[in-house]
Design a protein around this ligand. Structure first.
Ligand code: IMP
Ligand code: MG
Length: 178
């Protein structure tokens, strides 16, 4: 797998350090509360599993699966729910756990979707953000790292379902997807 990676962008150590900080911040912000962490599958699972262990308040977990990407590296802009949440989120504090925000279209959709379900609050926590790729104005509450527009893989992020198990974030060689 390493041969397919142009460059390691964020190391395992850097990721773990950042997740500790995010966990501390979330623990402070939600002190005495019981938020629902909604992990966006599949990319969010590695981040969720580390992040939740750095949060000291009680949390409930749920999962949601969406499709917008298929096997390409560009967003289709069309979001479809493949697996919905099971928890009743009315009057609950929701934190969406995402791997990466690119165009922002997925999160815009989710924000509106959760509001319709009468949640008390909805916040967004993403490991990576591509601020230069946003197509809409979107407020992200917790960001691990800002990255450029290169296509990245690892630590949950895939290209065509592969590379999710890399322990770091790397830039994929262009020849792999072009
Ligand atoms: P958005 O709707 O364009 O913000 O798309 C967000 C989703 O696209 C993320 O949850 C990822 O699944 C996927 N995505 C966007 N950029 C990348 C990337 O660089 N590597 C892997 N997946 C990506
Ligand atoms: Mg995703």
């Amino acid at each position: 797998m390493r041969n397919d990676i142009e460059k390691i962008l964020i190391t395992e150590t850097e990721i773990q350090k950042k997740i500790k900080q995010l966990g501390e911040q979330i623990s402070k912000d939600y002190e005495g509360k019981y938020p629902v962490l909604i992990c966006i599958l599949k990319g969010g699972i590695v981040f969720l599993s580390d992040l939740m262990r750095s949060i000291s308040t009680k949390v409930e977990l749920d999962f949601m699966s969406l499709s917008s990407y298929g096997n390409s590296t560009k967003s289709s802009g069309v979001v479809k729910i493949k697996k919905d949440i099971d928890v009743d989120i009315s009057n609950r504090d929701v934190i969406i756990i995402e791997d990466i925000v690119d165009s922002g279209l997925t999160l815009k959709y989710l924000n509106e979707y959760f509001k319709q379900h009468n949640s008390d609050s909805v916040k967004i926590c993403t490991l990576l953000d591509k601020p230069n790729a946003h197509q809409i104005d979107i407020k992200i509450d917790y960001v691990g790292f800002e990255v450029g527009n290169d296509f990245v893989v690892g630590y949950g992020l895939d290209y065509s379902q592969k590379y999710r198990n890399l322990p770091y974030i790397g830039i994929l060689k262009k020849e792999i997807y072009s």
